[in-house]
Design a protein around this ligand. Structure first.
Ligand code: DOR
Ligand code: ZN
Length: 348
């Protein structure tokens, strides 16, 4: 008798991923387009996507890649203090940009050009609000007096609340929500406020990063937090709550950069096992029936986009995730590389 157990869900999307550029893009594109129908590719490239010319160039680079199936890539504009508002308006109107991304300055990889003072981008936020285009936020603020584990809370209390008060109809996504405080804030907010949730914030706690010496492969921004935070994040993601949806924040770095102890780059590469691990988490939380809402419906609804055509099927079947994604140009350590994965994509 067969005891296989499988589920089919509408093709999911990844609403927050780092596809990178050049050789890295060529390598990681395949993993992202494997099961996801669409993605939002983050604009924090080496030359950040701060104007429509760079956005158009980047999309051309993406279109050159072979596409085994339709994979749509949306790119938000990287907001800066001194942005060209005329160009921004054109980019939003013509949909060169999928909304905009706020990186408070020096909070993560390539955020040096980010925003120093929230008021500087108010004119851009007005444009977003008037065109019903979303603001995606890296919700942290750094500072000498701000504990690394409190950066998200600090940002919410001092800056996000200001934005929400001033732009009451602006669609806002708190990306990679990482704390119980952040998740509760989103859940209690109005319908135009939502959050993406990564795998690693649903799987790791600070012990996985800092116990027994730092593990660079679990180091990311926002840094993973406590068991209680993980529990609350799981509660909201797995309950099917429409304000929470899938965004892996899969962020590849060459292994040499990750293991450089003087300057460990934050980021976890999870695309090769993303939907499989989300399935494991939802199973652990006895919520498999809500996986489709989280992965395929909630984000589409929030962004007013249709659901993807077609389905993917996952089977309860063990396999070993390769340790690395590599070719002659790039070597990346995979999240959960070398480990047993409990779910397998059997049709995509
Ligand atoms: O850990 C992270 N890595 N968090 C981010 O917000 C950016 C990302 C990257 O680009 O490497
Ligand atoms: Zn990210």
């Amino acid at each position: 008798m067969s005891n296989t157990f499988q589920i089919s869900i509408t093709r999911p999307d990844d609403w927050h991923v780092h596809l990178r550029e050049n050789k890295m893009l060529e390598t990681v594109y395949k993993d992202s387009s494997r099961v996801f129908g669409r993605c939002i590719a983050m604009p924090n490239l080496k030359v950040p996507i701060t104007n429509s010319r760079v956005a158009i160039e980047y999309k051309k680079q993406i279109l050159l890649l072979s596409q085994p199936q339709k994979f749509e890539v949306y790119v938000p504009c990287y907001l800066t203090d001194e942005m060209d508002l005329e160009d921004f308006l054109i980019g939003i109107k013509n949909k060169y940009f999928f909304g905009a991304k706020l990186y408070p300055t020096n909070t993560t990889t390539n955020s040096a050009y980010g925003v120093t003072k929230i008021e500087k981008i108010f004119p851009a936020l007005e444009i977003l609000e008037n065109h019903n285009a979303p603001l995606l936020i890296h919700g942290e603020r750094t500072g000498d007096a701000i504990d690394i584990f409190d950066r998200e809370k600090y940002f919410i209390d001092t800056e996000l609340k200001k934005i929400i008060n001033k732009f009451q109809n602006l669609k806002i996504v708190l990306e990679h929500v990482s704390s119980a405080y952040g998740a509760e804030f989103i859940a209690d907010g109005k319908d135009n406020l939502a959050a993406t949730v990564t795998l690693h914030h649903l799987m790791l706690t600070k012990e996985d990063v800092f116990n027994g010496g730092i593990n660079p492969h679990h180091f990311c921004m926002p840094v993973v937090k406590n068991k209680e935070d993980l529990k609350i994040l799981r509660k909201y993601a797995c309950s099917g709550n429409s304000k929470f949806f899938l965004g892996t924040d899969s962020a590849p770095h060459p292994i040499t950069d990750k293991e450089n102890v003087d300057d460990i780059k934050p980021g976890i590469y999870s695309s090769p096992v993303a939907i499989e691990l989300y399935a494991s988490i939802f199973e652990e939380e006895r919520s498999l029936e809500n996986l489709e809402k989280f992965a395929s419906f909630n984000g589409s609804n929030f962004y007013n986009l249709p659901y993807n055509d077609g389905k993917i099927t996952l089977r309860k079947e063990e396999w070993i995730n390769p340790e690395f994604t590599s070719n002659k140009d790039v070597k990346i350590k995979n999240f959960m590389g070398g480990q047993k994965i409990k779910w397998k994509v059997v049709s995509n």
